[in-house]
Write a protein that binds this ligand. Sequence first.
Ligand code: ADP
Ligand code: MG
Length: 581
Amino acid sequence: MALFIAFLALAPFALSEFYVTLMNYIGLATLVTLGLVLLTGVAGLMSFGQQVFVGFGAYATAVLTIQYGASPWLGLGAGLAFTAAAALGLGLITVRLSGHYLPISTIAWGLAFYFAFGNLDFLGRYDGLQGVPAISLFGWKLESGRGSYALIWVATLAALLAAHNLLDSRSGRAIRTLRFRATMAESFGVDTARLKLIVFLYAALLASLSGWLYAHFLHFVSPGAFNVNIGIEYLFMAVVGGASQVWGAVIGASLLTLLKEWLKDILPRFFEQSGNYEAIVFGLLMLSLLHRARDGLMPVLARLGRAHRRIPAKVATANPLPRRPGPPAGEPLLALAGVQKNFGGLAAVRALSFEMRGGAILGLIGPNGAGKSTVFNLVTGVLRAGAGEVRFRGARIDALPARRIARLGIARTFQHVNLVGGMSVLENVALGAHLRGAKGTLQAMLRLDREEERRLLHEAARQVERVGLAAHVQEAAASLALGQQRLVEVARALAADPVLLLLDEPAAGLRFQEKQALAALLQRLRAEGTSILLVEHDMDFVMGLVDRLVVMDFGEKIAEGLPREIQANPLVIEAYLGGIE
Ligand code: ADP
Ligand code: MG
């Protein structure tokens, strides 16, 4: 990093004008690619249409400065404003699209705007606009390649730093769930639709900024630079560098820009006639890269540098976060009445009613497929009931989205472990405390979130320690054994400071001693006033722990009562023996 900045500082003095110009192109491409790293690599939203936003930035300033004699800075403001409006419009329509619909729609707008740029008279049609003036900065005119160099790279470095800061924050953790874990994130209060839109907006603004710099550096704008194939090149850059890593943007943009220049030079000699041969070589290179190093070059480089990596410091102590006042013990907490959920022809939950009071552990048991996890999903808003009511502390919650239910103080674990595998245990757990922080993406980029961040991470570290995983706090969640990953889930739920904790088979895969430690923890939580709804198959574990039990079979409640009553209940014995057969 320091080496890279030193190189950037020395480059204009050491390199020829040709290479300085090339460095400028690399900086411009890095800005766009960085947006794609956030959008596609991290948030999982694939876009082939970033060149359109570059075009907005370039054309806005070209039109204003050439035709109206406006200042380039006004051009920048107008370009960013126009891009923001357009990106919000496009984003609202497309970001919610799932699967391949999003990439296809980005191609569609890429084509549409390419032809719009080429056919509009006031944009100079396919000839484009000539004579974009140079930018003046502190009385300097940034005329030559060297003149633009500093501005381009200061902007690029600032963007890289801001993106790096963003990913290392409360919002960044939430953004990193968007690709595969959005449902989980909603259960901890993250507004994933809004967050996707924000990332989309950032990526578009970075592209627009690149377009503004481009126009004033080249003094010329034409539609060819904003064609769909350019959008594909940006995506290549992101993938080559390592689409989920901020610094991958620099690597990808550098490598492909240099390679393109070099191939343009060498290939026509080789084929003894001119043509776009570099496109062919690019395609083949992409194929072999995806075959060999699917995550791009950045992870490969990171592995080489691993020996020098510093061990992350221990989480600094911080003021503890405020706690939610708990409900008085015995207060009606959760009540289901006539709850029904069908999946097609299958009634997974039928006319289910039960109640639980504050300060208790209620066991929800039943054979596999009885509908227990479905009950969790109905209570937490992951699924919507077909009929019936769910009340929490007297108020109906069955129509609320998951993130609103999370706000009320309900936290859960997932039966199928739902962690962000590449994030550390600490970060995964900190995600549970999402609603206990408030700093947004902009504050994160500017590092105005450090005090809050320390408190969130401190809280996360405390919960990790509580479930006995302190030794693993900085390890990637995916590297833990499955039983330990379940404990990470428990810690994450605890980080939310819940009134009601829903645990779906937390002891599965744990060793005997780990189970005992977990049981002791749950008892301590109950003593502190946290109520727990527990699904678990290990009957020794359940019977020694719970205050009361509800037994389900085929979606229905077949029994309810104290552990010893349930153990003697013939219906329950029958259901379980049936399950064993
Ligand atoms: P349990 O947690 O008690 O083992 P589940 O609640 O997971 O049971 O499942 C209850 C029934 O509903 C099962 O037959 C399961 O196959 C079915 N089921 C659960 N989720 C879905 C879903 N999303 N779509 C279709 N069927 C489902
Ligand atoms: Mg289940």
